[in-house]
Design a protein around this ligand. Structure first.
Ligand SMILES: Nc1ncnc2c1ncn2[C@@H]1O[C@H](COP(=O)(O)OP(=O)(O)OP(=O)(O)O)[C@@H](O)[C@H]1O
Length: 308
C-alpha cells in the first residue's frame, strides 16, 4: 500500500493540510481532486521530500518514504522540471540514469517512451523548441522512463490534446495493470471518473470524501430523478411531499427526493399533469459530487435557512 497518513502542514497562519490521509493499493489508480489551493500539490511535494510535513508521514509497503525509495517513484511536479536546451532523447536518458538505470538500458527505455508518447520524431530537438503540450509529454516520459514502482503525478493531463490524453491514459492503465499504484491530481473530473478506481476530494485541509465514484454516489443524501412531462404547468412538482425541485425547464425537471420518499408517488403526481415521456433515476456526475463535497457546510446551512 501507498499510505498518506495524518499529514499536517501550515505555511505561517495558513493551515493547508489538517490531517490528510488516504491509501492507494498496488495496481490501482487514485484521482486526487480539490479546488485550487486545496493542498494537492503540497501533499505530493511532502511525499517527494520537497516540503516537510509538520506531522504525519507517507509510507510505501509499510515504511516511511526515504530518499532511496523516492528514487523509485516516478514523479511529475506541477512546476515541471525539464532542461530547456537538452535534447528530448538525451533528457529522458538522463532521467532514467538518475533513477539508477544503466546506460544502454536507459537509452533504450528513453527511445521507447518517446515513441509511446508520440515524440519519436522529436528526439533530437531541444525541449524548448517543443510546444507546451509536447513538453508536457516529455515530462511524463521522464516520470515513466525509469520503470517506477509508484507514480505520483501532479496534473499530468493538463494541456494535453485528446490524442495525448488517450496516450497517457493508456500508459497509466498499463502501469496499473503491472501493479504500480498511481496517484494523480486533476481538475478534469470526467477523466478521473473514467480512469480511477478510487477518488479523494480535498477541502478545507481534509479529505472530505474518499472511495470509488460509486461509493461517493451512494453516500449522497439526496437522489435525483429526471421527469419529463411536456404538458405540465410549471411548478407541478413543488407541492409533492419529500421532493425538492433542482431544476425545471419546459417540462423537463430534475427532482431530489428526500430519504423515504416513494418514487411511485412522484410518478403518480406526474401522471396527474398529463403525459410522462421520461421517468428515470439519474446518476450524479463526479462534478456534482465534487461540488457537494467541497461546499462549505456553514454557507450551505445559511443557504438552506434563507430558502426555508
Ligand atoms: N511554499 C509555500 N509557501 C507558502 N504558502 C504555500 C507554499 N506552497 C503552497 N502554499 C499555499 O498552500 C495552499 C495549497 O497550495 P497547493 O499548491 O498545495 O494547492 P493545490 O490543491 O495543488 O492547488 P491547484 O489546484 O491550484 O494547483 C495555498 O494556499 C498556497 O498558497
Amino acid at each position: 500500500m501507498l499510505e498518506f497518513d495524518g499529514l499536517h502542514k501550515s505555511y505561517g497562519d495558513n493551515r493547508v493540510l489538517e490531517g490528510v490521509g488516504f491509501t492507494v493499493a498496488p495496481g490501482s489508480m487514485f484521482g486526487f481532486c480539490g479546488s485550487n489551493g486545496a493542498g494537492k500539490t503540497t501533499t505530493m511535494r511532502i511525499a517527494m521530500g520537497l516540503a516537510r510535513a509538520d506531522a504525519g508521514e507517507v509510507r510505501w509497503r509499510g515504511r516511511p518514504l526515504d530518499e532511496a525509495m523516492r528514487r523509485r517513484i516516478g514523479y511529475m511536479p506541477e512546476e515541471r522540471g525539464l532542461y530547456p536546451k537538452m535534447r528530448v532523447g538525451e533528457q529522458l536518458t538522463y532521467f532514467a540514469r538518475l533513477h539508477g538505470m544503466g546506460g544502454a538500458d536507459a537509452a533504450r527505455a528513453a527511445g521507447e517512451w518517446a515513441a509511446r508518447l508520440g515524440l519519436g520524431d522529436r528526439r533530437d530537438d531541444p525541449v524548448e523548441k517543443l510546444s507546451l503540450g509536447n513538453q508536457q509529454r516529455v515530462q511524463l516520459a521522464a516520470a515513466l522512463v525509469s520503470r517506477p514502482e509508484v507514480l505520483i503525478l501532479d496534473e499530468p493531463f493538463s494541456g494535453l490534446d485528446p490524442v495525448g490524453v488517450d496516450a497517457l491514459a493508456e500508459a497509466l492503465l498499463e502501469q496499473c495493470r503491472a501493479g504500480v499504484p498511481v496517484v494523480f491530481s486533476s481538475h478534469q473530473l470526467d477523466l478521473v471518473e473514467r480512469l480511477c478506481d478510487s477518488v479523494g476530494i480535498l477541502a478545507r485541509g481534509r479529505m472530505v470524501a474518499t472511495g470509488t465514484v460509486e461509493e461517493l454516489r451512494r453516500r449522497e443524501a439526496g437522489r435525483v430523478l429526471r421527469v419529463v412531462v411536456p404538458d405540465a404547468a410549471p411548478g407541478w412538482a413543488a407541492g409533492v411531499p419529500g421532493v425538492r425541485v433542482v431544476s425545471e425547464s419546459r417540462g423537463d425537471t430534475l427532482l431530489e427526493l428526500a430519504g423515504g420518499t416513494d418514487d411511485q408517488a412522484v410518478l403518480a403526481a406526474a401522471l396527474r399533469t398529463g403525459r410522462v415521456t421520461h421517468f428515470a433515476w439519474r446518476e450524479a456526475t463526479l462534478v456534482e459530487l465534487f461540488r457537494e463535497a467541497v461546499a462549505d457546510p456553514a454557507q450551505q446551512t445559511a443557504r438552506e435557512q434563507v430558502a426555508a
